[in-house]
Ligand binder design. Structure first.
Ligand code: SF4
Ligand code: SF4
Length: 339
């Protein structure tokens, strides 16, 4: 596997990284063993967030003895300086490290969130102070909105950008990623497997290998999964005509129902948590039952508040039939919760 430089940061990392969500439900010993296996295979970039329960702690244990050989990225969804400063110290403790290589402002996906983190007393202020104090090396941002991410990049304040990127969410390659590369911002590709929706890892990673400036961070929950993905990097093959046809078929099959989690539909005045409800099926594939019930279950309770006003559908750039999808996902969730 190749090493690459992450934008203009000083970080030389493996061309593929590790996403820290799927180790949440694993017992600690198993999670640590999966992470170490990934390192043994050549992965040197590990991404997590203090919002992912137990993920930082498990990575901390796994990476402690090889800390100088890996780069760790984590995130905080706090929008104010006080909250972000507390999160940074919490992450340092949980990760058992004196420094975090990339600290990202988490899911800054609309104008209001960007304004809040960049305002005086906003989260950026705390992250910047922590960088001056040596607790953080580089500052990044994660987002699901192209427009917000473009604004963030134009500010010149971020050294990395984390954004969903896969063959059903390829829009960032049009304008966002060219702007990032022009500004020498390192690009971290979240959801390389569509957040669990895409099952053909071969197609996903062959597509991503066409964009070598993006470091994908697949969530890996088993050694076997790591072996399969790394093999696709050790023996890369270009997409064949048949692969491209398969991609087109998958795109059109998912096109009418796939929620890109861009949050353009939000907020809903009735309090319906639309993107969380629509990601139920992906979450059910990746998280434990307790995790799904705790997180998605709460969002499902909000579906009853929908008055079918249609406002969210007008705002959705993908023309998703949101009202129908809310009902469909609620029915699937109820079935799942009962089984
Ligand atoms: S429903 Fe549409 S607007 Fe809302 S998050 Fe999903 S894709 Fe984006
Ligand atoms: S249709 Fe339902 S979910 Fe959409 S904005 Fe109206 S109340 Fe909210």
């Amino acid at each position: 596997m190749k090493n690459i430089r992450l934008g203009a940061t000083a970080l030389e990392i493996s061309e593929i990284g590790f996403g820290g969500i799927p180790i949440i439900p694993l017992p600690q010993e198993e999670a640590v063993s999966v992470v170490r296996h990934c390192f043994d295979l050549g992965i040197t970039f590990f991404d997590t967030a203090n919002m992912y329960p137990t993920s930082e702690e498990k990575l901390g244990i796994a990476l402690k003895s090889i800390r100088n050989k890996v780069a760790i990225a984590t995130k905080s969804a706090q929008r104010d300086a006080k909250g972000a400063a507390e999160h940074i110290d919490l992450s340092l403790r949980q990760l058992q490290t004196d420094w975090i290589d990339v600290y990202q402002l988490h899911n800054v996906s609309n104008e209001d969130a960007l304004n809040r983190v960049l305002a005086p007393q906003g989260a950026y202020e705390a992250v910047s102070k922590a960088r001056d104090a040596g607790k953080i090396r580089f500052i990044g941002i994660s987002s699901h909105s192209i427009a917000t991410a473009m604004e963030a990049l134009k500010s010149g304040l971020f050294q990395t950008l984390q954004f969903p990127f896969n063959f059903i969410e390829s829009d960032p390659a049009d304008q966002l990623f060219p702007l990032a590369t022009k500004n020498k911002v390192g690009i971290i590709g979240m959801k390389p497997l569509g957040g669990g929706v895409l099952e053909r890892a071969d197609l996903c990673f062959r597509f991503l290998q066409r964009h070598p400036y993006v470091v994908p961070i697949p969530g890996i929950r088993a050694k076997k999964e790591a072996d399969e993905i790394i093999d696709l990097y050790r023996n890369p093959e270009p997409l064949s005509e048949a692969d491209l046809k398969d991609i087109e078929n998958i795109r059109s099959a998912l096109g009418e129902k796939f929620c890109h989690r861009c949050e353009y539909c939000m907020p809903c005045e009735q309090g319906v948590q639309i993107p969380s409800v629509l990601m139920f099926q992906a979450a059910a594939k990746r998280l434990s039952r307790e995790g799904v019930k705790g997180w998605i279950g709460k969002a499902m309770e909000s579906v009853g508040q929908c008055i079918e006003c249609g406002e969210c559908e007008q705002k959705c750039p993908y023309n998703l039939p949101i009202s129908d999808l809310l009902k469909e996902n609620l029915a699937l969730y109820n079935q799942y919760a009962r089984s």
